[in-house]
Design a protein around this ligand. Sequence first.
Ligand code: DLZ
Length: 155
Amino acid sequence: MGIFEGHIRVHDGDRFALVASRWNDFIVDRLIEGAKDCILRHGGHEEQMDLIRVPGSFELPQAAKLAAQSGRYAGVIVLGSVIRGGTPHFDMIAAEVTKGAAQVALDTGLPLSFGVLTTDSVEQAIDRAGAKMGNKGWEAAQSVLEMADLAHTLK
Ligand code: DLZ
């Protein structure tokens, strides 16, 4: 039986798009730093990453799709933060960005990972952006590296 599993590493020539929202940027900037750090620590270089910024999380799937369809990238990392306390239509935005990102991944077939925090409070977001509970940006980058490696293997 053949067993195929991606490894967390960066292939020469691979480029990654970090698609990030400006809304709650004090949180999202930490997610971006986490994702960058992960790629650098797994053998990548700054030149292998592009940062694509959009207004808010609602716009993330659309920009992720443009990035995925551009043919430039081995993977797309979607980063954002939706906070219930400050967002009257929290459930709508959280659902749209989650559904939209999953749809882009399936429609394009490109490795895409989801690093969007959906939290009840700013404190919970801070905890998941490099404080008590790790960094969701780092985790999202790890996933995309593994999936991009798997895609290389299955070519
Ligand atoms: C409008 C809005 C609100 C109230 N809250 C958030 C949020 O917590 N996180 C986020 O990423 N974006 C928020 N936005 C902006 C929307 O995602 C979107 O950018 C606007 O509705 C314009 O389409």
